[in-house]
Design a protein. Sequence first.
Length: 451
Amino acid sequence: MPSNPVAETVASLMPTARRELTELVAFQSVADFDQFPKSESEGAANWVADALRAEGFQDVALLDTPDGTQSVYGFLPGPEGAKTVLLYAHYDVQPPLDVAGWTSPPFELTERDGRWYGRGAADCKGGVIMHLLALRALKANGGVPVHVKVIAEGSEEQGTGGLERYAEAHPELLEADTIVIGDTGNFRVGLPTVTTTLRGMTMLRVQVDTLEGNLHSGQFGGAAPDALAALIRVLDSLRAEDGSTAVEGLPADSSWDGLAYAEEQFRQDAKVLDGVGLIGSGAVADRIWARPAVTVLGIDCPPVVGATPSVQAGARALVSLRVPPGTDAAEATKLLQAHLESHIPWGARVRTEQIGQGQPFSADTTSPAYTAMADAMAVAYPGEEMQYAGQGGSIPLCNTLAALYPRAEILLIGLSEPEAQIHALNESVSPEELERLSVAEALFLQNYAAN
């Protein structure tokens, strides 16, 4: 990176960034309070609030959102008449999954092979640190040239919509000229990328019942309807033979017009085992950015250890459906429910319960904010041109903000490049990416203020 006062300041702050990310990662802030203590999330929220206060933010508050979690808000005034920029991240994280599968403890930030490992290091506690670094660099080089609002969500990973509902009830709170969502990532390490589309999401809990109680599989098996087998059958119906999502009535043939994703690169990024084929048809970018994707997230059934020879009376599953731009998530939910109900075998009883939903999102890439970001990325990533990519994941808040503030420009950047392995074992962040994106965000705020 060429000599630049902002870049030099960010570089000098990286030891502080590592210490702070270590502190923040240590909170087991999974917003599922049946699994993790609520006090862990509250501790993370207070950490963020204290950090904002230390940077001179005003009106810092812990917002009690309708889903029982807290979002952290703060306002940093800029020059009179300046534009307002909202910076978003979330401090809640995914569960660590199999702790034994981590090379180092998931809630202890650990350096290894040039990366920092820990749950939330990239998604999205690193995003909180990125915003702080950018603002500190500006304060050390002439001041922050815009009004800044920061919002750190406490339940993004759960998809329960607490912040969306709070924003709808308090529309003035997050109003801004431009919104920077720090929760996506570069297409690969070292390639500056803004995310221009997001798939939406719906989640259903599916319950199948066939008997009043479990039965001896020797005495009744062969005639008694097995609820677990019925559930497996109906879940299998959600995919075509090639693995494509096959929910009746849901379009699944759209194409992605933008950055290509080579199949071999995807296999490497996804760590697909040798000899195992990819699912679906069309280009990889079509499949992960422009088409729906159904995933069975979990099944409640007897574990192998301790299982008895029984016909199961009931079984349930959690099903996720990613919804591409151009498809309404509410309509997709209805189609998924109808499909499950119509494909259940043997007259088994099936109930579906929706537990989360978010609409897909498309950004306006012709806005002045994108030009300001492209210029900033060119400095932070010398020799590289800013790329536009899709994102298969969902950030439901984007659509809420777009609806509340239709004139606001929305940009999505972040630290979750493929090597980060977010939501998986051994999540990590590249400190070089954290440094470069912090520089880019600081320069963006300068550029945007000058436009």
